[in-house]
Write a protein that binds this ligand. Sequence first.
Ligand code: GRG
Length: 290
Amino acid sequence: MINSVIEEYRLKIDSRLDMLNALSDQPYDPVVEAGRYSLFAGGKRIRPIILLEFYKLFGGEDDCAYNFACAIEMIHTYSLIHDDLPCMDNDDLRRGKPSCHKQFGEGMALLAGDYLLTEAFGVCAKTLGLPSERVIRAISYLSSAIGGAGMIGGQVIDTAVSIDSEQMLFKMYSLKTCALIRAAAVCGVILAGGDDESVSIAENYAENLGLAFQIIDDLLDKEGNVDALGKPIGSDEKNDKTTALKLLGVERSRALAEEFTKNALEALDRFSGDASNLREITQMLLVREK
Ligand code: GRG
């Protein structure tokens, strides 16, 4: 049941992404081509789906939030392209295919990430049919979530700060991984006109989901299957990354992933609307293989 819901979302998200990133027979098409290569390499589309589910949960109707949801996927893809670059994690494989810089060269991959990030904000601004105050508030939330006090800040801690405590590890996860997931959930609530209390429950849900999601990502990096995962195993070890696995061991990591998932599900219980799809997605992500 949830698989068909996800598939339906995926088709609509992909078709909107296709339209928003069309080639235009211009000399700068190569950067769009490189962006499209990574956009359509087979990502799970978790973040846009979360946004659209929260939008629906708070009474959002029709397709008004699709541009915003696609912009979040464009931002996510930019972060993966840049993260794979030789100056970052130097990974050759992503989503089962050569990473963007392996296919198009470092310069074009850098520009493809910049292209996706920059265009994403224009796409957000073209969220038509909703009150402009909601759109501006959502854009402001999103930009903070991916900036210095958000995803970029998390990447700085991950790459340039010594992580020697559980507290610092979770601070890094909260920024690097949870922040964009949090933006997806919260922007869905804001765009649908949800109140401040709902925003803060959505934040709590997404923070817990993001922590569980990152711990599972760490476990898959050690125990996963390279074909299912579509990226190399052992990348964290290669880059001498401090992960939950390294700091806490397999058992405690798995127990924490379960605890964070339980917290996320409890947050969903606080909404009066039908959160059954979000509930199933949350449970599915705990046992994912990719
Ligand atoms: C801006 C360079 C830069 C980095 C920001 C987000 C990030 C920090 C780096 C990307 C790599 C990474 C390990 C991110 C943590 C979040 C995560 C587990 C991403 C993978 O997300 P999935 O599993 O990927 O949703 P798909 O391919 O399914 O979209």
